[in-house]
Design a protein around this ligand. Structure first.
Ligand code: NAD
Length: 499
């Protein structure tokens, strides 16, 4: 008899807590189409419990009064524990979202670095002594934690995107409630007991699972939440921003993209083509920074199309757990349908497919999963929906350009501004073009590089606020200015402004 898939509860106040109304959600392995676990389907009551637990933990002297170096030690211990469980966590992510095990191993290997980096910053943020107009006034500033931070994440890189939020949030002394994607909760649920093992007091980290419009919205609207840090689609980000703005709750928003990957005629075209493949076909294009619009200068356009189409046609699809696989399934069935719909749309708009364009023929391991061939379009123009809307799949449009000025107009010609790639051997051009691109990250002669040390942000509809780097830590603090009058003489005239 087949065994029932395991069920996971919420993690609140250091304990596993069943959902308030007893409901659970199935989660599917996208490589097989089979349900492999169920997670709690949270509601407003679960959201309330989790935020209340985090608010209580924020006031708990065991956390609030913990000296900074000891807070750093907890983060370091946690980083070591991730290292000890990295293989199990990487496998869990692959089973949950279908990304290659080789990629998830690399992500998990980098995860401890985020906690080490912010552990190193725990005792660095300090205020300033501010010059005062009067000698008897001492004016200084202090950076304080905000309180309860809600972190909401998407399905494409569940733990990495969680780490970018909770590592600086905890380092700054906040408490957190994390709501992972309803499609990929498993790895976080396996990670979270490690917080307890590392020694974090109960309630400092809480996890509630379920749908965005049920438990996610309830978290965002809870009056005791000080900040919402969100990664996901621009539409959801806009709704969260509006809700938070009406109550002056702070937000950091990392949203969608339609990033240009640009090849100048002086570039090493072989390297650039590898960068294009890495930019849009790695992770089956399910990355916010996917280089889904390629602009190739006229003299190298044909060569770029030829190389990228040939590489795309040769990519090995299959079981993401196998080391020889280069492209796994899309994470969700509806996402595969969406990609298919965009390919249909691209054709109807007049663009032409030079590689891929459909589901693969049912080969070994491909029959049941949500696979789609890596797809290259030519004869596209930047104003097409194919080139304006985020597809979040393995689909790229290659377009020609003639001059640098024309290129800048095309590259910046979407609502997004997340990332851009530039391939050139001309140093002056590399700087000139980087300066003119509307993108929070510009890569020159590389693509998709990232590190906890380097700030990431989205311009235009790609978001607000900064993640990674020392800047991110500030986003989880508030700045207070304290004025001390050291003069014990008679009080001044109450009707005159004092400086
Ligand atoms: P999504 O917006 O549908 O969902 C993201 C998260 O928000 C999920 O946990 C979901 O449950 C929750 N959510 C949905 N509605 C909500 C609501 N009303 N209130 C509160 N929470 C709600 O996005 P997705 O489909 O899971 O992820 C794909 C998107 O994420 C793409 O647009 C991609 O570009 C973006 N993304 C951005 C970055 C970045 O750093 N800029 C990184 C990865 C993914």
């Amino acid at each position: 008899m087949p065994t029932a898939p395991p069920r996971h509860d919420h993690y609140i106040d250091g304990a596993w807590v069943p959902p308030a109304d007893g409901a659970y959600l199935p989660s599917t392995n996208p490589a097989t189409g089979r349900v492999w676990y169920k997670s709690a389907r949270g509601n407003a009551e679960d959201a309330r419990r989790a935020v209340d637990a985090a608010a209580t933990a924020f006031e708990n002297p065991a956390w609030r009064d913990l000296p900074q170096p000891r807070r750093g030690a907890l983060l370091r211990r946690f980083a070591e524990l991730i290292g000890e469980h990295a293989e199990e966590l990487a496998r869990t992510e692959t089973l949950d979202n279908g990304k290659l095990l080789t990629e998830m191993r690399a992500q998990l290997a980098s995860l401890p670095e985020y906690f080490h980096f912010y552990a190193g910053l725990v005792d660095k943020p300090h205020g300033e002594t501010v010059p005062a107009a009067r000698r008897e006034i001492l004016n200084y500033t202090v950076r304080e934690p905000l309180g309860v931070v809600v972190a909401i994440t998407p399905w494409n890189s569940p733990l990495l995107l969680t780490a970018t939020k909770i590592a600086p949030a905890l380092a700054a002394g906040n408490t957190v409630v994390v709501k992972p994607s309803e499609h990929t909760s498993a790895s976080l649920l396996r990670l979270v007991p490690l917080f307890e093992k590392a020694g974090f007091p109960p309630g400092v980290v809480n996890v509630v699972t379920g749908y965005g419009d049920e438990v996610g919205a309830a978290l965002v609207e809870h009056p005791r939440v000080a900040k919402v840090s969100f990664t996901g689609s621009t539409g959801t980000g806009s709704r969260i921003a509006a809700s938070c703005a009406s109550r002056f709750v702070r937000t950091t928003l990392e949203l969608g993209g339609k990033s240009p990957n640009i090849v100048f005629d002086d570039a090493d075209v072989a390297n650039a083509s590898t960068g294009i493949v890495a930019g849009v076909f790695a992770a089956a294009g399910q990355t916010c920074v996917a280089g889904s619009r390629v602009f190739a200068q006229r003299a190298v356009y044909d060569e770029v199309v030829e190389r990228v189409s040939a590489r795309a046609g040769a990519i090995r699809l299959g079981d993401p757990l196998l080391p020889e696989t280069q492209l796994g399934p899309l994470a969700i069935e509806s996402q595969r349908d969406r990609v298919e719909e965009y390919v249909r749309l691209g054709r109807s708009e007049g663009a032409r497919v030079t590689a891929g364009g459909q589901r693969p023929a049912a080969g070994p391991g491909l029959a049941e999963g949500y696979f789609f061939q890596p797809t290259v379009f030519v004869d596209a123009v930047n104003s097409m929906r194919l080139c304006q809307e985020e597809i979040f799949g393995p689909v790229v449009a290659v377009m020609p350009f003639d001059t640098e000025d024309e290129l800048i107009g095309l590259a910046n010609g979407t609502e997004y501004g997340l990332a851009a790639g530039v391939w050139t051997r001309d140093l002056a051009r590399a700087h000139r073009v980087s300066a003119r691109l509307d993108a929070g990250t510009v890569w020159v002669n590389t693509y998709r590089s990232m590190s906890p040390m380097s700030p990431r942000s989205g311009f235009k509809s790609s978001g607000m606020g900064i993640e990674h780097g020392t800047e991110a830590m500030r986003e989880y603090t508030r700045l207070k200015s304290v004025w001390i009058n050291t003069d014990e003489g008679p009080a001044e005239d109450p009707f005159v402004l004092r400086s």
